[in-house]
Design a binder for this molecule. Structure first.
Ligand code: CO
Length: 138
């Protein structure tokens, strides 16, 4: 079951410029900058109510975010992430319903999360992430 929207992943060409907008214009407080080697991104996190924003800047030309920015040079909403209790169980369930998966098994995300992506070709063009706290990181 999808419990809530955990975060929106927002692709940005330049994290420092993006941070200036989110912090000085929108007035949000950054609560962490982190590099996620597995996804070849640098991220900055914000919190708006219960929803987090995750700004994503590519750290390598073959980063998924670099590919997104080739098509959307100004940046944009890259993915929607839903909180679930068990990423593996949800991936298995959605695959059983015919959804194409990017991840057959959960992998580490930022902030000690386990994450798994559904393929946008199966989700009406919206790259969809499932995430949960990594039980091994508590
Ligand atoms: Co995410």
């Amino acid at each position: 079951m999808l419990k809530k929207i955990d975060h929106l992943g927002i692709a940005v060409p330049n994290l420092e410029e993006a941070r200036r907008f989110y912090e000085q214009v929108l007035g949000l407080e950054c609560h962490g900058v982190q590099e996620v080697a597995d996804q070849k991104v640098r991220t900055a996190f914000y919190e708006v109510g219960e929803v987090h924003l995750e700004l994503l800047e590519p750290t390598a030309p073959d980063s998924p975010i670099a590919k997104y920015l080739e098509k959307n040079p100004a940046g944009g909403i890259h993915h929607v992430a839903f909180a679930v209790d068990n990423v593996q169980a949800e991936l298995t369930e959605f695959e059983g319903k015919g959804v194409r998966l990017i991840d057959k098994a959960p992998r580490p995300g930022a902030n000690n999360k386990l994450i798994g992506f559904l393929h946008p070709k199966s989700t009406l063009g919206v790259l969809t992430e499932l995430c949960m706290d990594d039980p091994s990181k508590k």
